[in-house]
Ligand binder design. Sequence first.
Ligand SMILES: [Zn+2]
Length: 171
Amino acid sequence: MDENKLLKEFNSEIDSAFQKAWHCERGGDENWNNFLNTYSVTPLSKENKDFLLNSEMKIVRGAFPIELRRIYEKILEKYRILESSSPLLSSALSKFDMEAKVKEYYQKIKPFTGLGDIFKNAATGTQKYSQGLQQAKQKTMTCKNCGAPRLEEMQYDNCLFCGSKLFEIKE
Ligand SMILES: [Zn+2]
């Protein structure tokens, strides 16, 4: 296959996953679940979805970022097998910045608060959360990518909201 075509196919598959996620109902819907299924990605459990929908990580539309990340991972996996036949594809794969892509998606599904308010709101949320945790004498672990708090009582390695492995401690 000519290598330009491979690169185009890769880009359009990434893009259509983004569009599907963005256009589904808030928190996912049946079409989105079917789409996840075609990539053998398991949707978040209902328990986790309910938890996220009630968390401070507000979204106004679309699937949860962690599910889109899982799709992206599958797409990358699929094209990595072909990369030796296309330097163009290979370079696109190595330049693919997962954290940035997932964050870009998150920016599209969160409520619009105006540019000035984004950081203010984030700070208020974190502060409120920190206060709660200080009462419980714990440190706040937050996702470095999306800012979601990591809850100790829930056992998971990656951010439940966006799937990132990167956490930082907020004092
Ligand atoms: Zn996150």
